[in-house]
Write a protein that binds this ligand. Structure first.
Ligand code: NCN
Ligand code: DMD
Length: 349
């Protein structure tokens, strides 16, 4: 059972009042105004501060769905190679985190490589190597799905206990857009054509195969549409289970999250289904080119901050949006009020 923390409605009301009183026409800062009010609600103060301790967690795993004919433009071995690169510091997530003052943690939940050359910390939460081929078999056992969820919760706790005031989930895993599309399609009752995208940039023939794979996986998953744990077992993966647990724990601990692309969108959909109201703690950093991401955000009622046609994952969209969140807080804190600079607006006749 997840007990979702309450958003501070008083803080939201106070922030909205302050936003409306600032030295600008009413509503002129557009969605930055809503963002400042959201921050107030999740920080529990009508005077929110820019998030300072931003913790990015990249959940990594491989997917058995890549085994029977390509569903991705890249081979499975890229997952482990990118995990090593995240640790070396040359990936997009490293550059963006460095630019915007965020800490990056990489966690292997299911990479198909023992990664024994990486620090034990990276492998501490490993559930298994790879996952089942979801078009014909379960991705995980129930115990593995539960272990992934528990790992995500534990990781959120570790980050929050270390002082994080904003959590950012990222993902790395060749084939994971096939899994995310299947989860979103199942939960929302959509067909494969409506959720399958181009992922890393597949060609048309690979797209058609990917669509058939998702259609078969959707068939297997339909009976579990209302059961997030069974969904993760049948068509999920350990890394997506961990992403889901991470989001559930954020809502329990009352710590805000800046979501990234289609994988964190799929996890958010599952987490919201298992803990209605949790979505109040999450902000959509961006919308990727994946149709399943669009569908997930629409269903969650989340308007993305950015729509830059990104399709990288690894928290890159969320981190690109991070300065907007800080900007919103700075405007609210730093601007003076209209009544201090101008006489009261005359009554309209
Ligand atoms: O974030 C997204 O929406 C997104 C869209 C397309 C691709 N990706 C990334 O690319 C990988 C999955 O793509 P694919 O084609 O192998 O399923 C995985 O590592 C994701 O992080 C991510
Ligand atoms: C190179 C590469 C980097 C990535 N980062 C996240 N997903 C990725 C997929 C590929 C293929």
């Amino acid at each position: 059972m997840t007990h979702v923390a309450r958003i501070d409605e008083g803080a939201r009301t106070g922030a909205r009042r302050r936003v409306d009183a600032l030295a600008k026409p009413l509503g002129a800062l557009g969605r930055l105004e809503d963002l400042a009010v959201w921050l107030a609600g999740v920080q529990g103060t009508s005077a929110p501060v820019p998030p300072r301790e931003v913790s990015v967690v990249v959940f990594a795993g491989d997917h058995g769905v890549t085994g029977d004919g390509a569903v991705s433009a890249y081979p499975r071995a890229v997952t482990a190679a990118m995990v090593r690169e995240f640790l070396r510091g040359g990936a997009a997530v490293n550059v963006l985190a460095g630019a915007h003052g965020a800490r990056v943690r990489v966690v292997d939940l299911g990479v198909d490589d023992d990664l024994t050359d990486t620090p034990p910390e990276v492998r501490r939460h490993k559930v298994r190597r790879g996952s089942g081929a979801i078009q014909r078999e379960d991705a995980l056992t129930v115990d593995q799905a539960l272990a992934g969820l528990a790992a995500g919760r534990a990781i959120a706790d570790e980050e929050v206990d270390a002082g994080a005031d904003l959590l950012v989930p990222g993902d790395m895993g060749i084939g994971n857009t096939t899994v995310a599309a299947t989860l979103v399609g199942t939960v929302l009752g959509l067909d494969a054509d409506q959720v399958v995208g181009w992922g890393t940039g597949v060609d048309d023939e690979t797209w058609r195969h990917k669509r058939d794979v998702v259609a078969a996986a959707l068939e297997r998953a339909r009976p579990y549409a209302d059961d997030p744990v069974a969904l993760l077992r049948s068509v999920g993966s350990a890394d997506l289970a961990a992403g889901t647990g991470f989001l559930l724990r954020s809502a329990e601990r009352g710590v805000p999250v800046l979501l990234d692309g289609v994988v964190s969108g799929a996890c958010a959909l599952l987490a919201e289904r298992s803990a209605p109201g949790a979505v109040a703690w999450w902000c959509a950093g961006h919308r990727s080119t994946e149709p399943a991401h669009r569908a997930a955000l629409a269903s969650l009622g989340l308007a993305p901050l950015l729509d830059l046609e990104l399709r990288l994952g690894e928290a890159s969209g969320a981190l690109t949006a991070l300065p907007l969140l800080r900007t919103a807080a700075l405007l609210l804190a730093g601007m003076t009020t209209l009544d201090s600079v101008a006489p009261p607006v005359p009554e309209q006749v």
